[in-house]
Design a binder for this molecule. Structure first.
Ligand SMILES: Nc1nc2c(ncn2[C@@H]2O[C@H](COP(=O)(O)OP(=O)(O)O)[C@@H](O)[C@H]2O)c(=O)[nH]1
Ligand SMILES: [Mg+2]
Length: 227
């Protein structure tokens, strides 16, 4: 792609992202975009989160999966709307694009009542999803202990673009030479305003703190929406 065309494409992405954000604010809907490596626990966390919050809030998921409907089928068992986007059919299998998200958000906002919270499970990849603003309010980076503490240095954009790092699989820390303080220090050196929550989805640790964080962010969006 030549430089001029690439600029035009970027501009179009930004335009779509700001349109999505406007629609979300209009409805007071919080949107969180999970980015992570494959296997760090995104779908597991969504299962626990939907189960815990679905009686209190209207929830929905946009599921980005390169090839299958496996995660979407796991999440549909929680009886919330799930829109599956198979990215390998769209030519850019490594990430979700703003245009795909706009279509899905438009469909979800037609639900009565519209969702209070939309979760996006992006494609498992710490590079490409970090580069796209999908109109979400926050990118949430789900990191897991076995991935190793060098990841903030190797994937700085993912840590820079996120507002919260969930550090999952803490139950495996004793087997992985995991150094929590060194991970936080390196992450803060690329993004000093990052927040952290340590968790073990398997054991249920850290989930209440995560649910409180979501509720705080939903309150912020609603406050902004009412202005
Ligand atoms: N030991 C451990 N395994 C976990 C934890 N959370 C998720 N897993 C496992 O990690 C694997 C990948 O989880 P999944 O939710 O599919 O990850 P995704 O690819 O990011 O959506 C599964 O085998 C989960 O059971 C955790 O807290 N501790
Ligand atoms: Mg998954």
């Amino acid at each position: 792609m030549d430089l001029e065309l690439s600029r035009k494409v970027d501009f179009r992405h930004e335009e779509i992202a700001s349109r999505i954000k406007e629609k979300l604010y209009k409805n007071g809907t919080l949107c969180l975009n999970f980015i992570s490596s494959p296997g760090s626990g995104k779908t597991s966390l969504l299962e626990r989160t939907l189960d815990a919050l679905k009686e209190t809030y209207n929830l929905a998921v946009i599921e980005g999966d390169p090839e299958t409907d496996r995660d979407a089928r796991r999440l549909e068992k929680l009886h919330v709307p799930v829109i599956l986007i198979n990215t390998s059919g769209t030519g850019a299998s490594c990430h979700l694009s703003p245009a795909e998200i706009e279509q899905a958000v438009d469909d979800l906002l037609l639900e009565t009542p519209p969702p209070d919270i939309i979760f996006i499970e992006n494609v498992g990849n710490l590079v490409c999803p970090a580069a796209y603003d999908l109109g979400e309010h926050h990118k949430v980076l789900l990191f897991s202990v076995p991935e190793g503490c060098d990841k903030p240095a190797k994937y700085p954009v993912a840590f820079r673009e996120s507002d919260l790092v969930l550090i999952n699989k803490m139950d495996l820390a004793p087997y992985c030479d995991f150094d929590l303080e060194s991970l936080k220090k390196d992450a803060l050196s690329v993004n000093p305003s990052l927040e952290f929550i340590t968790m073990s989805i398997k054991k249920g640790d850290g989930l209440l703190e995560w649910f409180s964080w979501i509720e705080k962010k939903l309150a912020e969006v609603r406050k902004q929406a009412s202005k």
